[in-house]
Design a binder for this molecule. Sequence first.
Ligand code: ADP
Ligand code: MG
Ligand code: MG
Length: 887
Amino acid sequence: MTTYVFDFAEGNKDQKDLLGGKGANLAEMTNLGLPVPPGFTITTEACKAYLSTGSAPDELAGQVCEHLAALEKAMGKKLGDPTDPLLVSVRSGAKFSMPGMMETVLNVGLNDESVQGLARQADNERFAQDSYRRLLQMFGKTVLDIDGELFESAIEDAKSAKGVQADVDLDADDLRGLVEKFKQIIHDQTGRDFPQDPREQMDLATYAVFQSWNSPRAILYRRQERIPADLGTAVNIVAMVFGNLGADSGTGVAFTRDPSTGMRGIYGDYLQNAQGEDVVAGVRNTVPLADLEKIDKKSYDQLLEIMSTLENHYQDLCDIEFTIERGNLWMLQTRVGKRTAAAAFRIATALIDEGLIDRDEALRRVTGDQLAQLMFPRFGDRSDGKKLTKGMNASPGAAVGKVVFDSPTAVRMAHDGEKVILVRRETNPDDLNGMIAAEGILTSRGGKTSHAAVVARGMGKTCVCGAEELDVDTKGKKLTAPDGTVVSEGDVISIDGSTGDVFLGEVAVTDSPVVEYFEGTLKEEDDLVQAVDKIITHADGVRRLGIRTNADNGEDAARARRFGATGIGLCRTEHMFLGERRQHVERLILADGKEEREAALAELLPLQRGDFVEIFEAMDGLPVTVRLLDPPLHEFLPDLTDLSVRVAIAEEQGKSNEKDRKLLDAVRRLHEQNPMLGLRGVRLGIVIPGLFAMQVRAIAEAAAERRKAGGDPHAEIMIPLVGAVQELELIRDETEKVLATVAEEQSVELDMSIGTMIELPRAALTAGQIAGAADFFSFGTNDLTQTAWGFSRDDVEAAFFARYLEGGIFGVSPFESLDVEGVGRLVRIATEEGRAARPDLKLGICGEHGGDPASVHFFHEVGLDYVSCSPFRVPVARLEGGRAAVL
Ligand code: ADP
Ligand code: MG
Ligand code: MG
């Protein structure tokens, strides 16, 4: 028999798969002896069974009965008892926190009778009616699927009938009226009455929580956060404690450190006489947690002590939910809290300094994505923008975009390529789409723990929240600043998530301090840079993977070197044939016979040589892998249609021009249906005599020149798009001859390795043979992905990837993160068979995946020698290479 239900005392924090994060941590706190209301957890297994069969597993009801009986015994009350009811909350809780995505129902067990009992026991009629209307509201919304607006507007009506602003101004009679109203809404909307049976309430709420796993917004959130879709949620049944019993009660949230900066301090919000979400929903203004000291010193001191217990126990920043019931403190939730990228680095190093964790652990706790965020530009000179106001710095970054006031518009405009800032009074889970689409989020209400702030931090998106001076009119699609400036939909604003500043107009951006640190131009070291330095230095120390860069010119090469690259893994040569040099390529293609062809190549030679000299100098002492010409030649020629028109017009006017006509012939001849699969790569080298030889000569002469100038060049020659070893052998022969000739001419030693890209499935599958002619392999994972999947990136990405992502065919584009199962398998085969044939074979990768964290981990695991990525991703790859070694 499967056990589907566990008491809090039976679990611990490492059982998140089975108990969900909330359940596992409630169990952990219970076992730490902290004041957690008793309860039990229904496992994710039960949820999965429910979702796959449509009903709860047979054993569940009985197991819940047993645990409920134990809970009733512990509390000395029975669920929904008419004279003294036990009430419970039914709370969702998945393995990974999904803030606000799924459902919770509070005060389960209240009905027309037990509400009386509750009132008598608490000696507080208002409280009992308030609790009941909350149950009706939450149950109606989440279990019965009734539009929440109906309840909200009934509350608004009650408040305005009475002429009051806040929910706390409604008295017992008003609330009793609302209870009747809510029951009527439920009856009208569902055709049946609110279920009075407490156990039925509990079971229905449980199933609703199960189902909320598959709500559209939960699905969207998981896709965004790359959370697997098959985990399911647990359900926690927790004895209620009441923060809405009066001024000596309340509810709050707290962080053991500032989640946006990582600094120690007292961070959180508290709200008197309130229950559950009130504190984050912005129903009334909260007070800063520090004010609790004045309100209830005993609970405050106890809370601080618990917070320090939790930090020491979890050895990390924790976030906490608590409730105070008539002076008694209760812990309702904790978890290792989400944090900004800067906070992640600061906290990790602070914990090293405090002796709580070691360097390896610190490295595990930061990610390459976080480092990439710290390298985003920030606002520099702010004088371009007019400052409108300042809100709270909820999630850092510098975002510029057109103002939109609703999520559908944000999505639509972003889809059309516009940058937008989503402006709301406050956000709710239905805004997720818009938040994903926006560059940044601005709200006029809510603190650092509001929905907008929490979700934006989780996504690494810029957010300014609680900009209370702004009058946001979402219906009228405008906002009004304190000085009277009106900003309408489509106007550009700039928001600074690090300071909370909001500007009208576009503010220019500059390098972040972390980029200045890598560049070596930082004037004043700040603690964030020190944290980054400490962790990346450790990553370099433990890393096995080498990090190279993709660079085609001296400037990029030099920058990548400053950023920590130890060589070039891919130096493309096609850029070197563009611009003015196009004419030489044209001449090469149009050449009539050997003489003309050689003349054209001779003109290209010195230009190429100059390029290489510059690059070898920037990478002096480090390897530089030069890839011979790869793209189809027609990329260097005029467009077929343009040229046809030009020639036709010229002929019409009797001014026909011999060169253009020849060119048109060539363009027609070279035109291909599928250029990606056409005459390119090694095929060019074989078909166009002298082309690769010229490039090799340029490389060799450049190396000789550098050597004579006292330099230390290390060129490696790489042949693209090889599918068969015979292709490589032909080019290799030619290459070796040229190298020998130049070495003799220049009287220098030139020992250059010659290798190939592995970017065709056939190459991967015959890697054992190819290794016979290659000193190294470099996986071209962009082309390998295209050829393995059989789609050309430029054609398909915009056309249908959105559908594929929606349909779950892949969770993330295979061009962004390596498709480990398919393309990765090819990489693995080629690695194993290549090395078996030739143990000293050097292996690297130079596709865009070289800078993608998940892919870097795969390349580490497969045993490659290095990854190569764009200069700006080099620090990310260094960090992730180190993390791969310690994870
Ligand atoms: P979420 O995952 O969205 O935070 P929770 O399950 O934590 O949802 O619950 C929603 C709110 O209700 C939280 O503020 C929580 O502290 C409060 N709450 C949950 N269970 C209880 C309980 N047994 N007594 C009092 N408040 C509760
Ligand atoms: Mg919670
Ligand atoms: Mg390629």
